[in-house]
Design a protein around this ligand. Sequence first.
Ligand code: AQP
Length: 344
Amino acid sequence: MTDQAPAPYAGPQRVLSGVQPTGDLHLGNYLGALVKFVRLQHEVPTFIFVADLHAITEWQDPARLKDQVREITAAFLAVGLDPKLATIFPQSAVPEHAELAWVLNCVARIGWLDRMTQFKDKAGKHKERASVGLYAYPVLQAADILLYKATHVPVGEDQRQHLELTRDIAQKFNHDFAAPGFFPLPDALTQGPGARVMSLRDGSVKMSKSDPSDNSRINLTDDADAILQKVRKARTDAEVLPEKLEDLAGRAEAQNLVGIYAALSGQTAQQVLHEFAGQGFGAFKPKLADLAVAVMGPIGAEMRRLLADPAEIDRILADGAGRARAIAAPTMAEVRKIVGFWAG
Ligand code: AQP
């Protein structure tokens, strides 16, 4: 044993992220993840997948799942992902994700998974009835990332804990199998004004596809009328907007709406307050609704146009799956050798 630091990862930079096909994408997914994908595709080789393996950790109608994958792909394209720049693929088309997840299940410790707050939130009071897959979800996520030796993972703030787990798993694999620097320790890219968009009905919980109230979120497919109604009904308080950001403390709903306005307009929250200080929500909400319609409206329209040609979406996904597998298969072959598998 030496006390030298292990060799750092020396491979190329790669970006990877995924989105589950579990329902309509919303403003939180858009600001927390999708806009970052679009920016990064110009800077670093970028892999974006539709996470159908993750989706079935909770029940999905098999007759709908392929269409759900197409809908998420249409959203990727509509926000500006370019399949020539980014590799866009369905997770289940690359079987190495599940294979690496098994190996990493044997690296991750139960104590580590027991600390994952997303499992606690999703399983609720009846965790004994949750699927084993839901519990092991963060290990599959580690496999998704490490299969491509991704160095940067753009995600919303809610995923930060899972990314820390991925780093722990990578470090333990590299150490236990005496493969220093084999897997990178990826960085979560969570920064940005839309890193944590909250529900429009309750500023203490995140905006989510699975929230039973459709009024809690703005969907990418909402038309102008639906967006106007949802913003109008958004929960707020009776006070006016303050001049200074620190004076928003303790006003979760107000903070959320100001944050959304800032993210959609490309300003800081402080700049937004500068513009609206002294005004109440009666004045602020219509401005926010107009801005949301201006940004989201064209995305929904483009999604509808793309979904009218599912064959083209399928072609993009098949092409992406081939390109993804060209990276994934050699990594998995190396893992088999490192672990000492018979079929190595
Ligand atoms: N409210 C949010 N604010 C910012 N980012 C968010 N993300 C999700 N909600 C917010 C980010 O969107 C990406 C895709 O998420 P996902 O669909 O794979 O899973 P999720 O995080 O579980 O999203 P939802 O909407 O809450 O789905 P359900 O309800 O099915 O669990 C991720 O980068 C996520 O951080």
